[in-house]
Design a protein around this ligand. Structure first.
Ligand code: HAM
Length: 420
C-alpha cells in the first residue's frame, strides 16, 4: 500500500506541539478581550472576486498565489488572508450600520500558493484583528501597542517595528506619476515583473525581491514626501501616540506591503530570528475598503501575524500547559476492568485528566506508557486490590506507592484539583 504524505507546503501539528498553539491562541484571545475585541469566524472559502477587488489584481497574491476552485459555475478561493472575509461578513450582517463600529479578531488557516521554504507555507495560520469604523490615529497606535504587549507576554524579543504612510486616494496619484517618471528611463534595466508593475501599479516595484531592481529604485521618490495634509497629520499623530507609549519604531519609506487596500499607516514587525522570511506580522489602515466592498464607507485598521513564524521566535521555555493524562488507570486482568472504568470516571468527574488503560497490558508496559505520556500517577487495580476495596497509587516521580481506599479516590482527587 502506498503511504500517503501531507500535501507540499502544509504541516501536521502533532500533540506535544499543539499545546504551544493553545498557549498562543489563549493568550491572544485573553489579550484581545482586554482591548475590547470579539471573535469572528468566517468560512475558509470566499467568492474569488472578493480578493481580486480588495487585495488587488496586480498583487502577487491575486496574480499567482490563490487556490481557486471553479465548481458548478462558481469561482471560489481559499482565503489567502483574513481582512477581506471579515469585512465581507461585517457588511453582510449589517454591522457597518451600527454606530461606533466594531473590534473583531480571527484565528485560522490561510492559503497561498507560494514556494515553500522555512517560515513560508501554502497553508499557514494567522491571528488577526480588525478595528472597523474609526479613523482615529489613536486606534492605529493602540492596536500596535496591543500587538507588542502580546509579544511581550509571549517573551518574544529581537523584533523591530517598521512604520510608513502609503498616503491615500487624494495624494497617491501624484506620487504614482512621480514614480513612473523616475522608473521610465530605467525600465529596460528592471525585471519583467517590474516592467509589468510599471504599467499596472508602479508602487508594487517596492515588493520586488530582485537585487538589480532594488539597486535601480534605491533613489526613487518616497511616498512620505508626497503626503497630503490629512495623511501627514495622521502619520504625525500615530507617531506621537507611539512615542507616548514609549514604543520604538523605524520609519521605512520603502515599505508598501503586498496588498493594495492600505492607505495611510502601513507597518510590519520584523524578527531577526526568522531568516529570509523575516516578516512576523503586518498590517495597516484600509479606509475605503468597506465602501469599496459594498458597505457603508467607514474606515478600518488591522494587522495579522503568522502563527508558524511566531512559534519559531518564541523561546522554548514558553511552553504550553501539558495536555497529557495526569493519571493512568491500569486494571490488571479482565475482571478488574469494570471497577477500573468506574474509578477512572470518578477521577475525571473530580477534574483530573485520566487515561484508562485498555487491553490486557502488563503492569510494566503500563508504567512505561505512563512515563512516556508524562502521567504523574498510576492507579493500579488488580483483583486483590478490588477485593480489599483499595487501589495502589504509584507516584511516577518518586516511585513511592501507597494504598488508597477506592471509595475515597474521588474526594482525594477533588482536593488535589482544588489545591492546584
Ligand atoms: P500579510 O502581510 O500578507 O498581511 O500577512 C501577515 C502575516 O502572515 C505575515 O507577516 C506572515 O507572518 C504571515 N504569512 C503570510 N504568508 C505566509 C506564508 N506563506 N507562510 C507563513 N506565514 C505567512 C495580511 O494578510 C493582512 N490581511 C494583514 C492585515 C489585517 N491588514 C489589515 N488587517
Amino acid at each position: 500500500m502506498a503511504r500517503y504524505q501531507n500535501v507540499r507546503g502544509t504541516r501536521d501539528i502533532l500533540p506535544g506541539e499543539s499545546e504551544r498553539w493553545h498557549l498562543v491562541e489563549e493568550l491572544a484571545r485573553e489579550t484581545f478581550g482586554r482591548y475590547g475585541f470579539r471573535e469572528i469566524r468566517t468560512p475558509v472559502m470566499e467568492p474569488t472576486d472578493l480578493f481580486v477587488r480588495s487585495v488587488g489584481a496586480s498583487t502577487d497574491i491575486v496574480r499567482k498565489e490563490m487556490f481557486t476552485l471553479e465548481m458548478g459555475g462558481d469561482s471560489m478561493t481559499l482565503r489567502p488572508e483574513g481582512t477581506a472575509p471579515t469585512v465581507r461578513a461585517f457588511i453582510q450582517a449589517g454591522l457597518d450600520r451600527v454606530a461606533g463600529g466594531d473590534r473583531l479578531y480571527y484565528i485560522g488557516p490561510m492559503f497561498r500558493y507560494e514556494r515553500p521554504q522555512k517560515g513560508r507555507q501554502r497553508q499557514f495560520h494567522q491571528i488577526g484583528v480588525e478595528v472597523l469604523g474609526s479613523d482615529d490615529p489613536l486606534v492605529d497606535a493602540e492596536t500596535i501597542e496591543m500587538l507588542l504587549y502580546m509579544l511581550e507576554r509571549l517573551e518574544v524579543s529581537g523584533t523591530k517595528l517598521a512604520l510608513n504612510s502609503v498616503g491615500d486616494r487624494a495624494c497617491r496619484p501624484a506620487f504614482r506619476e512621480a514614480l513612473r517618471e523616475f522608473l521610465g528611463p530605467r525600465l529596460q534595466r528592471l525585471c519583467p515583473d517590474c516592467q509589468r508593475r510599471y504599467e499596472e501599479n508602479p508602487l508594487r516595484v517596492f515588493d520586488c525581491k530582485v537585487e538589480r531592481c532594488a539597486e535601480e529604485i534605491a533613489a526613487a521618490p518616497a511616498m512620505l514626501d508626497y503626503l497630503c495634509e490629512g495623511c501627514r497629520a495622521h502619520f504625525e499623530a500615530v507617531r506621537s501616540y507611539l512615542d507616548g507609549y514609549g514604543v520604538a519604531y523605524e520609519v521605512n519609506p520603502r515599505m508598501v506591503r503586498g496588498l493594495d487596500y492600505y492607505v495611510r499607516t502601513a507597518f510590519e514587525i520584523l524578527s531577526e530570528g526568522l531568516g529570509a522570511q523575516n516578516s512576523l506580522m503586518g498590517g495597516g489602515r484600509y479606509d475605503g475598503l468597506i465602501g469599496e466592498l459594498g458597505g457603508k464607507d467607514i474606515p478600518g485598521f488591522g494587522w495579522a501575524l503568522g502563527v508558524e513564524r511566531l512559534l519559531m521566535v518564541m523561546p522554548s521555555r514558553v511552553a504550553g500547559r501539558p495536555a497529557g493524562p495526569e493519571v493512568l488507570v491500569a486494571p490488571l486482568g479482565p475482571a478488574s476492568r469494570p471497577a477500573a472504568a468506574i474509578a477512572a470516571r470518578a477521577l475525571r468527574r473530580a477534574g483530573l485528566r485520566v487515561l484508562l488503560e485498555g487491553g490486557d497490558r502488563s503492569l510494566t508496559a503500563s508504567l512505561r506508557r505512563a512515563d512516556r505520556l508524562g502521567a504523574a500517577r498510576v492507579l493500579v487495580l488488580g483483583e486483590r486490590e478490588i477485593a480489599s476495596g483499595q487501589a495502589l497509587v504509584r507516584d511516577m516521580r518518586t516511585g513511592e506507592q501507597r494504598m488508597v481506599p477506592i471509595a475515597e479516590l474521588a474526594r482525594l482527587a477533588e482536593e488535589k484539583v482544588r489545591e492546584a
